[in-house]
Design a protein around this ligand. Structure first.
Ligand SMILES: [Zn+2]
Length: 208
């Protein structure tokens, strides 16, 4: 049986500059070091992806999907940052965004040593609602991007639920009514300082 048609070898060369794209086993999106462009493998070919970089310094940039979202619970619809804070029981921390904007869900696009640490990283950033302002920069090392936007949407509900107070989650009716609707995601890197197996963001006073 001729199975040659079943196998396609895709040369991982940057369509922008022809440079070789670094590709780990689990990578789904590749960043070209020479020209800083970003490519996603989809349907057997490389499609360009926007990749933004938040300002700041660090040893490594962690990639996150930032998904604006709305969520409906039996208590009503949450479609603003202010309403999200009320749902999560959190206080505004160093946030420059408007309270009437859609809240953002932060979903890691890189792997973490364990699923609980991944959820925790997403939860902490989502509770902070940092205004991630992209800057034009030559990014330093970026942790491998192993989750695409679809993965992020699938993980989103778990991360969002992790931000909700335990008291609310004790109610089955609350959980049953919980309906999460993510909008179109942005892929963004945020610089962190690496210390042993942890990541620090001093300005946000955050340890992931
Ligand atoms: Zn390139």
């Amino acid at each position: 049986m001729d199975r040659a048609g079943d196998i396609r070898v895709i040369p991982l060369l940057c369509p922008g500059c022809g440079g070789r794209l670094p590709a780990g086993e689990d990578d789904v999106i590749f960043v070209c070091a020479p020209c800083a462009s970003c490519w996603e493998l989809a349907d057997g070919s490389l499609a360009r992806r926007e990749l933004h970089h938040a300002g700041g310094a660090g040893d490594v940039r962690l990639p996150f999907w930032i998904l604006p979202f709305q969520v409906t619970t039996r208590e009503g619809s949450v479609a603003t940052r202010a309403a999200f804070r009320s749902l999560a029981g959190s206080l505004p921390v160093g946030d420059t965004g408007s309270d009437s904007d859609l809240p953002n869900l932060f979903v890691p696009a890189c792997s973490f040593p364990s699923p609980p640490r991944l959820v925790r990283a997403g939860r902490l950033l989502t509770l902070r609602q940092p205004a991630v302002v992209p800057v034009a920069c030559r990014p330093g090392p970026i942790a491998p991007i192993v989750f695409n936007e679809k993965d992020a949407r699938n993980m989103g509900e778990t991360i969002l639920l992790a931000t909700v107070t335990e008291a609310r989650k004790e109610s089955f009716a609350f959980l049953e009514s919980f309906s999460f609707r993510p909008g179109t995601g942005r892929l963004c890197t945020i610089p962190f300082e690496r210390k042993d197996s942890k990541f620090y963001h001093p300005a946000m006073n955050l340890e992931l």
